[in-house]
Design a protein around this ligand. Structure first.
Ligand SMILES: Cc1cc2nc3c(=O)[nH]c(=O)nc-3n(C[C@H](O)[C@H](O)[C@H](O)COP(=O)(O)OP(=O)(O)OC[C@H]3O[C@@H](n4cnc5c(N)ncnc54)[C@H](O)[C@@H]3O)c2cc1C
Length: 415
């Protein structure tokens, strides 16, 4: 097939970048789509290090992108997993009110869930809760039968496979350093130049950046002035072995802190049968997890990231504004038994001796200049480019719907 010369470049092979690239390649078969990923394989970032929960759309402000794309994304994801025989279990989840003070928040969640079009949600009493999760105690719970679990990394790999089958390309070990204006094409259209860390330069007709924790830096490296910075939060899990693991049938969540966009450390049974408690949400100086690059290189990276975050007034304001939650998270990090004690407040039979350190992930959370944690997904546009600046949870659930939204905007810009 005859193709337009300059490729459309997607930066980042997480689930959002891959879903977007596949969607674009499907819609624009004459356009070559190339994904550039700095890692050695796709989906090693947040996509591989999360709870694996396909959210139903309960928590999100009605009318927000999160509310709409989570419900639509969950539906598309279920169909994708069924079509390709990928792991997907509709296990349902409970959000447990431990005392009467938490009940009004359950009711607010129910109102939101219904406004968002989530099917089957209801508030259940103590007895119904015991029938759903026999070892869980609380005065009431929100029961969401549509919530599911999957393996987002496997989903991301399937999207990479489909991209290739459609004629697209995925290049790993391709770290993008800068995006600049390129030469003007034969048709008079301006183009972009994408500079890689290895010195290579690519000319692109359009760039979509889905760089997770590096979203703000990449936007700045493209000459934009993003009005947010990414402040990383470390989300750590504890794994639970038998017999305590047998006390958790599916997904047990606490009532979330309404001040924060995080859902709270929860008990989850993953598709591989592993049961975890987490994640925590500790402000973290690094945008990735420590890797084997040597102590001095790691110190230099921490310093670079700290300076980048400290220069943003929103970082100080956020640390002050959310100081209570920050102290709580720091204490749980220093003394994990506090985290376990919290889980025992709704599953009392859990034995602290059955908990061990588990995996961790870095949540890429955008913070505004005034210190608020940006609640909704955020997509920003520049000349011949589009940057996904905030795609925290439930972006894995929403990825296929977010990809459609991005592709609509790219198509409109290419016309
Ligand atoms: C602990 C935790 C639990 C979560 N639980 C859930 C959940 O249960 N359900 C849910 O829906 N969501 C959950 N999330 C959120 C979800 O994982 C993310 O929203 C989603 O994975 C974001 O995908 P992404 O593609 O935007 O980012 P990522 O997966 O982080 O991918 C970004 C990619 O861009 C690459 N990249 C960055 N900079 C460059 C560059 N300069 N050049 C080339 N490549 C670059 C990175 O290497 C990376 O591969 C959770 C997240 C965390 C951390």
């Amino acid at each position: 097939m005859l193709r337009r010369q300059d490729p459309l470049v997607v930066i980042g092979a997480g689930i959002v970048g891959l879903a977007t690239a596949r969607e674009l390649q499907q819609r624009l078969p004459r356009q070559r789509v190339i994904v550039l990923e700095r890692g050695s394989e796709p989906a090693l970032g947040q996509t591989a290090r999360n709870s694996g929960v396909v959210h139903a759309g309960i928590y999100y402000r009605p009318g927000s992108l999160k509310a709409r794309l989570c419900v639509e994304g969950g539906r598309l994801l279920a169909a994708h997993c069924e079509r390709l025989d990928l792991p997907f279990e509709r296990c349902g989840k409970v959000i447990v009110a431990r005392d009467e003070r938490e009940r009004p928040r359950l009711e607010e969640l129910l109102r939101r869930a219904r406004a968002n079009g989530v099917r089957g949600v209801e508030i259940v009493d103590r007895q119904r809760l015991a029938a759903i999760e026999p070892h869980c105690v609380g005065v009431a719970a929100l029961w969401s039968p549509m919530t599911a679990v999957t393996d987002f990394r496997a989903v991301a790999h399937s999207l990479a496979d489909e991209l290739r089958q459609l004629g697209g390309e995925l290049r790993t070990r391709a770290q993008v350093e800068a995006i600049g204006r390129g030469p003007t094409g034969a048709t008079g259209n301006s183009r972009l130049t994408v500079a890689l860390a290895n010195g290579e330069r690519l000319t692109a007709s359009f760039v979509v950046a889905c760089a997770g924790a590096d979203a703000d830096r990449l936007a700045a490296a493209a000459g934009l002035a993003p009005q947010v910075r990414i402040v990383p939060f470390r989300g750590s899990y504890r794994t639970i072995k038998a017999p305590s693991s047998q006390l958790v049938r599916a997904l047990i969540y606490p009532v979330p802190d309404p001040e924060l966009p995080f859902l709270g450390a929860h008990l989850s049974r993953h598709v591989d049968g592993v049961v975890t408690l987490g994640p925590t949400a500790l402000p973290w100086p690094l945008r990735g997890l420590p890797s084997g690059t040597g102590v001095s290189a790691r110190r230099a990276r921490v310093l670079k990231h700290l300076i980048h975050s400290a220069r943003w007034p929103g970082t100080h304001r956020a640390l002050w504004r959310y100081r209570r939650a920050g102290v709580r998270e720091l204490s749980r990090w220093l003394w994990p038994r506090l985290l376990v004690a919290d889980a025992r407040s709704y599953v009392p039979a859990l034995d602290p001796r059955d908990f061990a350190p588990g995996p961790s992930g870095i949540r890429a959370q955008a913070v505004a200049r005034d210190g608020t944690l940006v609640d909704d997904f955020l997509v920003s546009e520049g000349p011949r480019m589009l940057h996904v600046l905030n795609a925290p949870s439930p972006a894995a659930t929403s990825a296929l719907a977010l990809a459609r939204l991005i592709a609509d905007r790219v198509e409109a810009r290419l016309r």
